[in-house]
Design a protein. Structure first.
Length: 423
């Protein structure tokens, strides 16, 4: 590593560094948590790893201590004069348990405190994140479901595990998310400021569409658009960080699945409509951030369309796609369900936005001014959020996550009071 690289990767020396406690329980995914320690350290966090005894069967104490630069004991009986079973939790800015086994979730839900990690969980007053990893049967067992619901009800953020390859040959829900995704989730939670994360969407189910639809002409060609999906993914990430259960209907996006979000991949506008309609049954809010094609080719050629040298090109006949946003606004498949749309405008932004809000019948419309500087695929955006109640909320130029957070603030204010089920 050269000197410049070393300096870049070293955390800042000044000011208090956010203190993250990484609890590790005994699952094979413990090895993936090593990467999480590295990412947290490199981005300027102080990391204290608190493994359980069984976690040490997978990754030893020396590895945790070397990676974190701090002791990594499991017992409350070590360095007793420092009262670690109370101090570590009290001083943390974030506790993340990754991986969290079914056993650890059960202990946390019932307030057991028989080792350093479970004691730490009882003394922590900062946001607590669990990233479960286990076999599908264990994740789906009613005991685990109830424990997860209990933890969520109390304000803990439990990331939904991924679906995929588990230990051994089996596949299903229960896979530990990519460390990168857990890291991004932790950053989001920490970024919500000194007052900590507000799990104000806990117990809510939100549906977000993202990306751009593709309308096939033949097996190799399609009509599409340049939407990257970044805004929709930022919405999904931020909603998950605020405690919501999130279904992300993703049209042709290459972006990695955000941790704890159920991703439903789709291709065409009609597929997107089916997926969003299904997912939004009983949901608290639906946000249509996807760029949905207004038209699709009237006919689909089963074989590749061949050019004929002497002929003029055939015009492509188009037919209209359903307006999913207008349908959702009309039908409202949940009590008090909020529907949010997006609009891209070049001229008369506010007047056109107001007219579109009324036409579509949604509750909120995010109006983006598109032009030379403001193009698809960028990391930033600037918008005005118009409300059917006449409100107008400008969101200054900044990261898409800021727009996402402002939008969830506006949604949360408008949602009817809920009795969060937390499951
Ligand atoms: N939308 C939809 N179904 C469509 C087209 C669009 O649900 N068939 C949604 C988009 O997800 C977005 C909003 O409607 O939330 C955009 O509306 P649209 O009428 O397509 O606006 P523009 O793309 O800005 O197009 P125009 O100004 O040409 O009407």
């Amino acid at each position: 590593m050269d000197r410049r690289q070393e300096q870049q990767e070293r955390p800042p020396e000044t000011g208090a560094r956010p203190r993250v406690v990484l609890g590790v329980s005994g699952g094979i995914a413990a090895y993936k948590a090593c990467e999480l320690v590295r990412r947290l350290k490199e981005s300027g966090h102080e990391v204290r790893v608190v493994p359980t005894e069984s976690a040490l069967h997978f990754v030893g104490e020396a590895t945790w201590a070397a990676l974190s630069g701090q002791p990594a004991g499991t017992e409350v009986w070590e360095t007793v004069h420092e009262v670690p079973h109370v101090r570590i939790g009290q001083q943390a800015d974030l506790v993340v348990v990754a991986p969290a086994t079914a056993d650890l979730l059960a202990k946390a839900a019932h307030g057991l405190a028989d080792d350093l990690l479970t004691n730490t969980l009882l003394t922590a007053r900062c946001p607590v994140v669990f990233a479960p990893a286990m076999h599908t049967e264990m994740w789906e067992h009613p005991a685990t479901r109830e424990n997860v619901a209990t933890l969520r009800r109390r304000g803990a953020l439990v990331i939904e595990p991924d679906v995929g390859r588990l230990t051994g040959a089996d596949t299903g829900k229960g896979r530990f998310p990519e460390p990168e995704a857990v890291f991004a989730f932790c950053r989001r939670v920490l970024a919500r400021g000194a007052e900590g994360v507000r799990p104000d969407l806990a117990g809510r189910h939100v549906v977000v569409s993202a990306g751009g639809t593709r309308e096939p002409l033949d097996p190799v060609r399609y009509l599409g658009n340049r939407s990257s999906g970044k805004q929709g993914y930022a919405l999904a990430r931020t909603a998950a960080a605020r405690g919501a259960r999130v279904t992300l209907v993703a049209a042709n996006s290459e972006l990695p699945a955000p941790a704890g979000v159920d991703v439903v991949p789709v291709g065409t506008a009609l597929e997107l409509r089916d997926a969003v309609t299904e997912a939004s049954k009983g949901a608290d809010a639906v946000v249509m951030a996807a760029a949905v094609a207004d038209f699709r080719p009237a006919a689909y050629a089963r074989g590749k369309i061949k050019k004929k040298d002497d002929d003029e090109p055939e015009p492509v006949a188009l037919v209209r796609n359903p307006d999913v946003l207008a349908e959702l606004s009309r039908e409202r498949s949940g009590a008090g369900q909020l529907v949010v749309g997006f609009a891209a405008e070049t001229d008369d932004v506010l007047a056109n936005g107001r007219a579109k809000l009324a036409r579509k019948g949604c509750d909120l419309l995010v109006v983006n001014e598109v032009g030379e500087r403001k193009t698809f695929g960028t990391e930033e955006s600037e918008a005005v959020v118009l409300g059917a109640d006449g409100s107008e909320t400008p969101v200054p130029f900044g990261p898409k996550e800021r727009l996402a957070d402002t939008l969830w603030d506006l949604v949360a204010e408008r949602l009817p009071a809920a009795s969060p089920s937390g499951s």
